[in-house]
Design a binder for this molecule. Sequence first.
Ligand SMILES: Cc1ncc(COP(=O)(O)O)c(C=O)c1O
Length: 343
Amino acid sequence: MKIYDLRSDTVTKPSEEMRKAMYKAEVGDDVYDEDPTVNRLQDLASKITGKRSSLFVSTGSMANLIALYINGGRGNDVLMHDQAHSLHHELGAPSAIAGINPVGVPGERGILRSEILKDFVKSQNSAYYDAKTTMLVIENSHNFAGGTCYYRENLKDIQSFSSKYNLNSHMDGARVFNASIATGISLKEISSYTDTISFCLSKGLGAPVGAMLCGSKEFIQEAKKVRKFLGGGTRQAGIIAAAGIYALENNINRLIEDHINAKNLAKALMSKPWAKVDPSTIETNILFFETIGISAQKLEKKLARRGILCFATSENKIRFVTSLEVNKQDINSISGIINSLEI
Ligand SMILES: Cc1ncc(COP(=O)(O)O)c(C=O)c1O
């Protein structure tokens, strides 16, 4: 039986061409800044984001953690969406290691807005028992809100809010290339609205390992130290950086296919009495649907028996994520299975 893996875009495997690029990579000791391939990847990330400097790190979680460590500060409040990845899915490391106090803020479709955020800001003049708010994190696209994106108006709102309240700002851009393609806003422009940005190479872009953290020269100098402090100073990392370069040079534009595929899956689900989803709300490669008359856990198992892997994220919600692991033909086959599924 063929397996269709819709659990996440983290399941992507490096292609033959990507592996060749890794095999041929020139390497050196990156802790001494001597790995030419890592240096090339970092320069490329700076060019794409328009930030002065960039750092190659092992994971998106590590990139977020370093930003929080430097720009949040121990005991301070950091505002983030109440469904943010950093709040719920990074093992409490933002509190345990960076020492920040994460504050979840509601926002429709995962999007934070100044009119709601402002009520969560605490300053030095607040009550004696209040922590000070130092930082704001936005997630673009927003994973658990269903791959939703910040549009220009939202990004401008975030920028002026951070500046008004003198907050450091970070974008968890694990899937920011998906957001860029969906909104038509260049990555350079998206990156200009926050002080720092991180993005993952190992999700839809298809690299096996790695994420980038980008910001000012001073921020990245500090970030390099914090990375080492966390045990993340790697040596001949060019082997994996080469996959990141390959991903950035070859796998960005094809993300649109994943978006189309996600919308088509939503269309297939829409006609089923056991699923509730509105295809017009699908912006990128992530779709959530509500299960009707069956628990999400039961449906997840039923789908797995037919070769479709996915995640039940609550009692009645299932997440599908499209990626280069499932092509258009696979989507047709999955739609066929969905159509024939009796509950
Ligand atoms: C929005 C978001 N941020 C950060 C991460 C963390 O990335 P990593 O798995 O590389 O630590 C993820 C992972 O899925 C994510 O969805």
